[in-house]
Write a protein that binds this ligand. Structure first.
Ligand SMILES: Nc1ncnc2c1ncn2[C@@H]1O[C@H](COP(=O)(O)OP(=O)(O)OP(=O)(O)O)[C@@H](O)[C@H]1O
Ligand SMILES: [Mg+2]
Length: 325
């Protein structure tokens, strides 16, 4: 199948969610005021890729409810192609609540069981679009939300691999969504089918049973992806490429809310790689994008655009700009 100039470069497959972020610290049952936002790891990734200059499209199922409509409006505002978003009559689009408990600690409460995205199936995968894209992104969450969604993920990976579309994979292991044995088997198998694998250290430890970050990195690399980026929060990223390991330090910021930092890294990294950066250059850019996204509340709002990342990269010490007098 031929790559066409109209295909978005980056396609992501997964579940988008509405976000209800509590305005004040405290338990969910004590929270009265919420800020409405957007989330869902692969939707965050595709928006991050778009804001970093890549053309991008999203593959999912949503309901024909108000939440589905507001997600469609979000992607259209962002210039994310929605041609292949399936709208399910009567479907209830998934959502989650975020509560804060001081010192940057968050709790998430999800209402996503039985969501339209959990019913994604192989027939929803637009084979021409996947074949025409340069990179397909998916995550362990895409596979955990439903059996047919997991089948859709594997089908999309097959089509990508058969057509030279790079496969980017973020394990995003969420123990609440699936049993550990199944999660481990599916995630490690998929890591072996991907070109880019983007775990964080905590899930990497749980999935490999190893402790040292270099050992975790090596365990993923041995499965065959050409690039592994191990995300380590404020400790930055360990990048493994062709047998070489590079530590990319974090960009120093004062974080407010780290929701979506990993997804922003994934999207910014993909956008820069596709634009011709070396993996190390792309990772240096992506750690700045990811750090900036922690400086504001919510997953999507603070995802930075290319100019903001470039401006932050140029500031000595990587500090945020001083407020205008
Ligand atoms: N406190 C921080 N200071 C600076 N950079 C940060 C901070 N937290 C996260 N980052 C940046 O964001 C990247 C991804 O964050 P993290 O390691 O938390 O990923 P993650 O756990 O996959 O995130 P997510 O919650 O989106 O799944 C880090 O590698 C780092 O570059
Ligand atoms: Mg993550």
């Amino acid at each position: 199948m031929a790559r066409t100039p109209s295909s978005p470069c980056v396609l992501a497959l997964g579940e988008p969610l509405l976000e209800f972020n509590a305005a004040a610290e405290g338990e969910l049952e004590d929270s009265a005021v919420f800020h409405l936002g957007f989330g869902g790891d692969t939707s965050n990734m595709v928006i991050a890729a778009r804001r970093s200059g890549a053309s991008a499209g999203y593959l999912t199922r949503i309901g024909d409810d108000a939440f589905g409509r507001s997600l469609l409006a979000l992607w259209r505002r962002e210039g994310v192609d929605t041609t292949h978003v399936v709208r399910e009559p009567g479907g209830a689009t998934g959502l989650y609540f975020v509560t804060r408990h001081g010192e940057g600690k968050h709790s998430f409460t999800y209402r996503r069981a039985g969501s339209p995205a959990s019913r994604l199936c192989p027939a929803d995968v637009p084979e021409h679009a996947v074949a025409g894209a340069r990179l397909l992104h998916l995550s362990g969450i895409t596979q955990a939300i439903g059996t047919s969604a997991c089948d859709a993920a594997f089908h999309a990976v097959d089509v990508a691999r058969a057509n030279g579309t790079l496969v980017s994979y973020d394990p995003n292991y969420r123990p609440a969504l699936w049993p550990p044995e199944r999660a481990r088997a599916v995630i490690l198998h998929t890591a072996g089918l991907a070109d880019l694998v983007l775990p964080n250290l905590e899930e990497g430890r749980l999935l490999t049973g190893l402790d040292d970050p270099h050992d975790v990195l090596e365990a993923f690399a041995r499965r065959g992806p050409s690039l592994v980026a191990l995300k380590m929060g404020a400790d930055g990223v360990l990048l493994r490429e062709g047998g070489r390991t590079t530590r990319v330090p974090a960009h120093p910021v004062t974080p407010v809310d780290a929701t979506g930092a990993g997804d922003t890294f994934d999207g910014a990294f993909a956008a820069r790689l596709l634009d011709g950066d070396s993996p190390v250059e792309a990772a240096r850019y992506a750690v700045i994008a990811a750090a900036l996204t922690t400086t504001g509340p919510g997953a999507v709002g603070p995802i930075p655009r290319r100019e903001e990342v470039r401006a932050a990269a140029g500031r000595p010490g990587g500090e945020s700009p001083s407020p205008k007098p």
